[in-house]
Design a protein around this ligand. Sequence first.
Ligand SMILES: Cc1cc2nc3c(=O)[nH]c(=O)nc-3n(C[C@H](O)[C@H](O)[C@H](O)COP(=O)(O)OP(=O)(O)OC[C@H]3O[C@@H](n4cnc5c(N)ncnc54)[C@H](O)[C@@H]3O)c2cc1C
Length: 245
Amino acid sequence: MKQTIANVTLLAYTPDPVRVCALAARTCYSALPLVELMDKTAADQSAFLRGVIRSGHHSVLEHASFTFYVSDVSRALLAQLTRHRIASFSVQSQRYVSMSGGFDYVIPPRVSALGAGAEEKYRAQMLQMADWYREWQNAFGEDPGANEDARFVLPNACKTRLTMTMNARELLHFFSLRCCSRAQWEIRALAEDMYRLVLPIAPAIFEQAGPGCVRGACPEGSRSCGRAGEVRERYRLMREEINHN
Ligand SMILES: Cc1cc2nc3c(=O)[nH]c(=O)nc-3n(C[C@H](O)[C@H](O)[C@H](O)COP(=O)(O)OP(=O)(O)OC[C@H]3O[C@@H](n4cnc5c(N)ncnc54)[C@H](O)[C@@H]3O)c2cc1C
């Protein structure tokens, strides 16, 4: 079942998510016992579920969940990701995992764009922080809390890894906010990769997902990137590409 794009892997998801959500919706409107509801949902439920979503009854989407493993992302991304309170997270600990051998870090494309010299300077700064970290670890000695306090000198650039579960309703919300051009580049790239992973599994749920502008006018008002047409076209192509595969 495992599928990976860049640094995100879809580890697991509710089997047949469209059917499960459709059955949940039909539970609300039907007097049928389960066996008959199961029969009724044996055929493709996409059209029915699209109607439910169009009418705004999104709570039924909470019955389908998706679990991702994310690696090689910065702690700066982590701080933004964990603002999404409806998601569940298990994150590599900087208390239990020692960085005494050095730490991996993310290099922002803006630094790389400045050229090799800039990247070299950035790497030297990371090495300096790794030295500071070890200095504090040594100063704390055998104290079991050594890692948890030495990590205070580690940067936002420090890489981390995590397992995260979101239900489909939360994913739609997450994509609206984080696939938007206004979102920070690293979390936007992650959100787009997550979108690419879930879209083929449940097109009826995710085909209208993405930043607000793919569904209508840009909701960002005066802060709009002004590229709604371009963004819409990109999402149309992504959907087309997935439909062809
Ligand atoms: C471009 C961008 C810039 C940002 N800049 C900043 C910033 O400068 N500073 C900052 O602090 N944050 C910033 N954020 C984070 C943002 O404010 C939210 O914390 C984050 O996007 C999570 O959104 P959420 O609360 O809607 O989502 P979730 O926590 O995933 O919640 C999903 C939905 O559940 C409902 N919900 C969840 N919890 C509650 C609750 N307690 N009560 C009622 N309803 C609830 C709401 O409808 C919510 O929209 C930014 C986000 C973006 C996308």
